[in-house]
Write a protein that binds this ligand. Structure first.
Ligand code: CTP
Ligand code: MG
Length: 227
């Protein structure tokens, strides 16, 4: 199976409160984005990598891909959009003719090859698969004034991570439908769910956390030194 990898890297990182956007912060000398891309180099059938990034970082992202990717993998960098979903849409617009599309946050540099492979295997079978872990904390749903409305049973709650992997036709249809209906979600699978298609959860690892807050960056720097 041929595969494209889409990496959204166009966020401003408001929760990190740094001048430089998260994907371009350094981890052991290289950008977080570069660490993340390297995790996918062993994926079998990898044909294309598309990075969505802000205008100012297009050159830097292009240079990095040229350095890191072998000649057999096509590289594209596109401008991102206001929301993550807009960034993915811009990336999907330059998609090659592949069987599977893997979408992975630029700021999850610790994803493991075996979990990427498993997610791809399940997506080939089911059409859509997301990596995740069982929720650790009890999750409460609150109203606008923070009164607790509901405590869903924890054993049915999972934290969705990336990669989220889709058969090409499925993700293209999902984005088309979402655009038509002005539906927005905070991950890609939610658009597929909105389309009415099944999405399978694949158990990954807690080390595949998203670098979001300053504490996550501290943890990332500790972990990378141990590798
Ligand atoms: N992203 C993107 N385009 C956007 C927003 C986010 O490509 N308009 C990317 C981010 O760069 C990141 C991934 O989506 O790699 C996950 O998003 P998140 O962790 O929320 O990053 P930011 O949106 O940058 O951070 P924050 O929400 O704290 O502002
Ligand atoms: Mg965000």
């Amino acid at each position: 199976t041929t595969k494209s990898l889409i990496i959204p890297a166009a966020g401003s990182g408001s929760r990190m409160q740094r001048e430089v956007p998260k994907p371009y912060l350094k981890l052991a000398g290289d950008s977080i984005l570069e660490h993340t891309v390297r995790r996918f180099l062993s994926v079998d059938g990898l044909a294309q990598v598309v990075i969505a990034t802000s205008q100012e970082y297009l050159d830097q992202a292009n240079d990095m891909l040229e350095k890191v990717l072998p000649d057999t993998v096509a590289a594209r960098c596109v401008a991102g959009g206001n929301e993550r979903q807009d960034s993915i849409r811009n990336a999907l617009a330059v998609l090659s003719d592949v069987d599977l599309v893997m979408i992975h946050d630029a700021v999850r540099p610790f994803v493991e090859a075996k979990h990427i492979a498993e997610c791809c295997r399940v997506a080939s079978e089911a059409g859509a698969a997301v990596l995740g872990v069982p929720a650790k904390d009890t999750i409460k749903r609150v109203d606008g004034r923070r009164y607790v409305e509901e405590t869903p049973t924890r054993k049915f709650l999972w934290q969705a991570q990336t990669p989220q992997v889709f058969r090409t036709k499925v993700i293209l249809e999902a984005f088309e439908k979402a655009e038509e209906d002005s539906f927005s979600g905070t991950d890609d699978a939610s658009l597929v769910e909105y389309l009415g298609r099944k999405v399978r959860m694949v158990e990954g690892s807690r080390s595949n956390f998203k670098i979001t807050y300053p504490l996550d960056l501290k943890l990332a720097r500790l972990l990378i030194e141990k590798e």
